[in-house]
Design a protein around this ligand. Structure first.
Ligand SMILES: [Zn+2]
Length: 110
């Protein structure tokens, strides 16, 4: 038995997760977004202001994205972050961000 919220496994006979107070399920459903979507890098920049702009551009366009290297960027405000989007959205995203590569510290990844 598994908790659908915290993914903890429990022995048979327990029907609720004591942590989350939700009913346990027999099987955990795979998370479709993480399971089947392959993310590819489309853009990199070390400019913190540009990162915020790109985030809002992608969110406005309804594109899901992941950011690689953000930990270092948010802690030390240095380093390069890479934006990753699902494979099938990569070309659309590159076109969308094309105008932003005029910035000095930004680059489209092909
Ligand atoms: Zn739980």
């Amino acid at each position: 038995m598994y908790c659908p919220k915290c993914k903890a496994e429990f022995t048979p006979g327990i029907s609720r997760c004591p942590e989350c107070q939700v009913a346990l399920v027999d099987k955990l459903l795979p998370d479709p977004e993480l399971e089947f979507v392959e993310f590819v890098s489309v853009f990199k920049t070390s400019n913190p202001a540009l990162i915020q702009i790109i985030k809002s551009v992608l969110e406005d366009a309804g594109i899901i994205y992941a950011i690689k290297g953000q930990g270092l960027q948010s802690i030390m405000a240095i380093g390069v972050v890479q934006f990753q989007v699902p494979q099938e959205m990569a070309d659309t995203t590159r076109e969308l961000l094309q105008d932003l590569v005029n910035e000095e510290e930004a680059e489209i990844i092909l």
